[in-house]
Design a protein around this ligand. Structure first.
Ligand code: AMP
Ligand code: FES
Ligand code: ZN
Length: 303
């Protein structure tokens, strides 16, 4: 197998693109795909300040590395969830990575906010993942606002997006379908959110992370039963094997032709947001926001 660009021996075969690449040409291909994804939907410009949410996993580390190599102005943000060894390991990986690549890093500790995840889990007595997701999104936005960033970027790749789209479609969830895509523009106290890896697959991202020497730390969260959307992801592995390229076409087709139908309806309906009386975070609730309610529940039962 020869590299499509330089005819050296290929090290990776990408049937969905009908290409094979050697290592150097793969790196160029991957970075070009990310740049193309950014330009296709005007995610960010070079003079914008981008806060990149870094979990310690390969996707978000690959994301911040590729953005910085493409010349974007990036700063990392790690939310230390306070889940014992799992969190300290993730935090260590992020700290070493940012140090090595001279990427500025902000760390926000949930312990100090009274929101260490094990404590929240104990008090809430319901599945923790949705509360944890809510807490993370809250601090992503809060820190982006506090430090005046133009955008918040996460490491979601094409497989994540397609699995989410499939899940939203199976439920015909109009609100989620109208919002899904590589960019959610700034709105009513919310900073712009972007997913620059939307054109590249999990496999391509893992390969990029590997060839770029990104430390492979995989410690799944002890509270999660596995990767999110794992059943839908495995269905897509079979589909893609039988029909190479279908995954990307499905997602791109949705962005170009499907999403608009749901978007119009949601625009008409509109969402009314007002600042949380306690913390100022935009919320559709008449009362305090979701995270202030979690904080109250945690401290109430402690007293
Ligand atoms: P997940 O929902 O765990 O697949 O994570 C999706 C994205 O959210 C990751 O690619 C990161 O960009 C971000 N993220 C998840 N956990 C954290 C964390 N503890 N700190 C900062 N960013 C995170
Ligand atoms: Fe949030 Fe596991 S519950 S990462
Ligand atoms: Zn609040």
């Amino acid at each position: 197998m020869k590299c499509r660009r330089c005819k050296a021996t290929a090290i990776i075969d990408l049937p969905s693109h009908n290409f094979a690449f050697c290592q150097d040409c793969f790196i160029q291909f991957f970075e070009k795909q990310v740049q193309k994804g950014i330009e296709q939907y005007n995610l960010i410009e070079k003079d914008e300040k981008v806060l990149v949410a870094l979990s310690g996993g390969k996707d978000s580390l690959a994301l911040v590395l590729v953005l910085s190599r493409l010349g974007y102005n990036v700063t990392g943000l790690h939310i230390d969830l306070g889940i014992g060894q799992s969190s300290s390991k993730a935090r260590g990986v992020v700290e070493r990575f940012c140090n090595k690549h001279e990427i500025p890093l902000i760390i926000k500790e949930m312990e100090k906010e009274g929101l260490a995840i094990p404590k929240v889990k104990e008090k809430l007595k319901r599945p923790i993942c949705s509360a944890c997701g809510k807490i993370k999104r809250y601090y992503f936005n809060q820190i982006a606002r506090e430090y005046n960033f133009d955008a918040l970027a996460t490491g979601h790749n094409l497989d994540d997006e397609v699995a989410r789209l499939t899940s939203n479609t199976l439920r015909w969830d109009r609100a989620y379908l109208s919002d899904q895509g590589p960019i959610l523009p700034a709105d009513d106290g919310f900073k712009k959110k972007i997913k620059p890896l939307w054109r590249v697959t999990e496999y391509e991202t893992a390969h990029y992370a590997f060839v770029m020497g990104i430390e492979n730390h995989y410690a799944p969260c002890p509270y999660s039963s596995g990767a999110s959307f794992s059943i839908l992801k495995s269905v897509w592995i079979d589909l893609e094997l039988a029909m190479p390229g279908r995954k990307f076409d499905f997602y791109q087709g949705f962005l170009e032709r499907g999403r608009q139908a749901f978007f119009d309806e949601e625009q008409v309906k509109g969402k009314i947001l007002s600042p949380c009386p306690q913390c100022g975070y935009p919320t559709s609730s008449d009362d305090t926001c979701g995270v202030c309610r979690i904080k109250a529940a945690v401290s109430e039962e402690t007293i």
